[in-house]
Write a protein that binds this ligand. Structure first.
Ligand SMILES: [Fe+2]
Ligand SMILES: [Fe+2]
Length: 191
């Protein structure tokens, strides 16, 4: 509730789990936007250009930061302690899925970049463009559910408040480092 109220008011989350959930909200929005762009007919050229530019900004700059939060800040800390096998397996699966998303995005990012330059090229996209966007959304939804149901509860359960505070500091440090790059691509984007 608090998280929803804060995000409605446009405030920054102050808790590590809230911050991660806020990232997932942005990821879900981006994935739905990617699917709409690729599958809905009749989107005006200007909207295609803007939508594609925001997808490039999100998936090229913001998503890797969130994945680094999980692979570099969360996973090693849970590995250091005696978490159940189910959590270890979920962590391995999470990182494998991150690698898979990176590979899948390599195919589609050049297409979004082309559309960000010229929205009229939407009609000339390859036949697999829509199918890839739908698959990406479905796979991301599955991925987010794994993290929200297994990994984030383990963060809260097994890690100390001090560890969570360090993770949050690391996450903010990553965003500061990439903020200027993100602003250049998309003035309103957030990681
Ligand atoms: Fe993830
Ligand atoms: Fe995540």
């Amino acid at each position: 509730m608090t998280m929803n109220l804060r995000s409605q008011l446009g405030e920054q989350p102050v808790d590590v789990i809230e911050t991660l959930f806020a990232c997932h909200d942005r990821m879900r929005r981006a994935a739905r936007q990617a699917e709409r762009l690729a599958t809905e007919p009749g989107v005006p050229e200007g909207e295609v250009r803007e939508g594609a530019a925001s997808l490039v900004a999100y998936f090229r700059v913001a998503l890797p930061q969130h994945q680094a939060d999980e692979d570099l800040s969360i996973r090693p800390r849970l590995h250091e302690i005696d978490v159940p096998l189910e959590t270890r397996e979920a962590l391995a699966q999470m990182s494998e899925q991150h690698v898979r998303f990176e590979r899948e995005l390599e195919d589609v990012l050049p297409l979004w970049e082309a559309l960000a330059r010229d929205g009229s090229r939407l009609a000339a996209m390859p036949s697999w463009f829509g199918a890839v966007a739908t698959r990406l959304r479905e796979e991301l939804e599955e991925h987010l559910a794994l993290e929200e149901e297994t990994i984030y509860p383990a963060v809260r359960h097994y890690l100390s408040a001090d560890s969570e505070a360090v993770i949050l500091r690391e996450m903010r440090g990553r965003r500061r480092q990439y903020e200027s790059e993100l602003r250049l691509l998309q003035p309103d984007a957030r990681v």
